[in-house]
Design a protein around this ligand. Structure first.
Ligand code: SF4
Length: 357
C-alpha cells in the first residue's frame, strides 16, 4: 500500500492508495455519490490491506450494501429534528442540549447514525451560532451542553475556544461535553492549543471518544488522549456495536480494557441505529445482551459500558442490557432471584415491613 499523508476523499484516491482493487471503482463511486467519504492518513496507516475483513478498513471503506435501505430505516433515526428548536440545537432531555456547530468529520464512518446530514450540510453561520447560544442562555434548566455534529474537534482551536468561552460564561451551564472521533483518527489535531481551548475555568469539560476496536488506539492515539486527561479533562467512550467488527466478547473486552488503561471510562455501547443502508452492521438485541453478560463475567466493573438503544422517533436513550433480577413465586413464597456473573440464580428475600413495636 502506498503511504497516504493527505486525507483521502475520492474513490480514485482510495484505489490509488491500494485500499481497494480497481474493479471496485464503480461500486465505490456509487456509494460516495450518496454518502460522504474521508479516510485520514492515521486511519490508512492502521489498515491491513491484505486482510479482506480488516476491522479498520471496513468501518471507513464504502460498500455497495450501503445503497440498500430497509423499510424500517430512517433518514433521522434518533429523531434529532423533532427536538430542534433552533438550528444547531437538539433539546431532547430537560437538563441538556446538543450543540452542533459543524457537520463535517475528520473521517466518515459507514454506519454513521447522522449519515444523511454529516458532510452534506454547512457549518452553522455566525448568526445561527449566536441564536443557538441565545437559546442556551435563556433556558436556565440547561446544565450540560454536548458539543457534537459532525465532529467539533475538526474546528480550529481559536473557533473552539470562542464557543467554549461563550458557554462557560453562562451561569447555569456547568458541564461541557465534547463528542469526537478525532483523538483516534487524527491524533495530531489534539495540540496543546486545542487542549487549552477546551478547558473552561470554573466548569467541567468532558471528552467522549467514539472508538470501536482496540486497534484504533494506536500509540499516537493513546498519546493524544493522554494530553487531554493530563490537562484535567476526563474522558468517556462511546462504541457502536458492529457486526463483524466488535461483536464478540474477546474483541469487545480487549477494547474496554484498552480504554480503561488509557484512563477512558467506557460509557456507552450503542445498539446500531436504524440509519439508511446500515442493516449489514446491526446485530440483534439478544446478541448484544449476550455480549454484555459475557463482559460482566470476564472484566472488571471499570470496563463495563451501558448497552443503550436510541429509541426511533426522538424518544431518547434507554438501557437495554440484560436483566439480572427477577421476582418469582407467589403469595407466601414470593422472592427475588438474582443471577450471578456465571449465570447461576440465587434467591434473595423480599424486604418485609419493620415489626410493629
Ligand atoms: S465521526 Fe461520528 S458523526 Fe462523524 S461519521 Fe463517524 S459516526 Fe458519524
Amino acid at each position: 500500500m502506498r503511504p497516504a499523508r493527505q486525507t483521502l476523499r475520492s474513490p480514485a484516491e482510495l484505489i490509488a492508495a491500494g485500499l481497494a482493487p480497481r474493479d471496485r471503482l464503480g461500486e465505490i463511486e456509487r456509494v460516495a455519490a450518496r454518502y460522504a467519504l474521508a479516510l485520514t492518513p492515521d486511519v490508512v496507516d492502521l489498515i491491513d490491506s491484505a486482510d479482506p475483513c480488516d476491522p479498520i478498513a471496513r468501518q471507513f471503506m464504502p460498500d455497495a450494501a450501503e445503497l440498500h435501505a430497509q423499510p424500517q430505516e430512517l433518514v433521522d433515526p434518533i429523531g434529532d429534528d423533532v427536538h430542534s428548536p433552533v438550528a444547531g440545537i437538539v433539546h431532547r432531555y430537560p437538563d441538556r442540549v446538543l450543540l452542533k456547530p459543524v457537520h463535517a468529520c475528520a473521517v466518515y464512518c459507514r454506519f454513521c447514525f447522522r449519515r444523511e446530514m454529516v458532510g452534506r450540510r454547512p457549518a452553522l453561520s455566525r448568526a445561527e451560532l449566536d441564536a443557538a447560544l441565545d437559546y442556551i442562555r435563556v433556558h436556565s434548566e440547561i446544565w450540560e451542553v454536548i458539543l457534537t455534529g459532525g465532529d467539533p474537534l475538526v474546528l480550529p482551536p481559536r473557533r473552539l475556544r470562542e464557543i467554549v468561552t461563550a458557554l462557560a460564561a453562562i451561569e447555569h451551564v456547568k458541564i461541557i461535553r465534547v463528542h469526537t472521533r478525532v483523538p483516534v483518527v487524527a491524533p495530531q489535531r489534539i495540540s496543546p492549543e486545542l487542549v487549552l481551548a477546551l478547558r473552561a475555568p470554573g466548569k467541567a469539560t468532558y471528552v467522549a471518544l467514539h472508538v470501536n476496536h482496540a486497534r484504533e488506539l494506536s500509540k499516537t492515539a493513546r498519546e493524544s488522549c493522554a494530553r487531554l486527561v493530563d490537562a484535567g479533562i476526563p474522558m468517556l467512550s462511546q462504541t457502536v456495536l458492529l457486526r463483524g467488527i466488535n461483536d464478540d466478547a474477546a474483541t469487545l473486552g480487549e477494547l474496554m480494557r484498552a480504554l480503561v488503561e488509557c484512563r477512558i471510562k467506557p460509557y456507552y455501547l450503542h445498539h446500531g441505529d436504524l440509519a439508511p443502508g446500515t442493516a449489514h452492521w446491526r446485530t440483534s438485541i439478544e446478541e448484544g445482551q449476550a455480549l454484555m453478560r459475557a463482559l460482566r463475567g470476564r472484566l472488571s466493573g471499570l470496563c463495563q459500558p451501558n448497552y443503550v438503544l436510541d429509541i426511533p422517533g426522538g424518544h431518547g436513550k434507554s438501557p437495554i442490557g440484560p436483566g439480572y433480577l427477577e421476582w418469582v413465586g407467589a403469595n407466601g413464597t414470593a422472592h427475588y432471584q438474582v443471577a450471578d456473573f456465571n449465570g447461576q440464580r440465587h434467591a434473595y428475600p423480599p424486604v418485609l415491613p419493620p415489626p410493629r413495636r
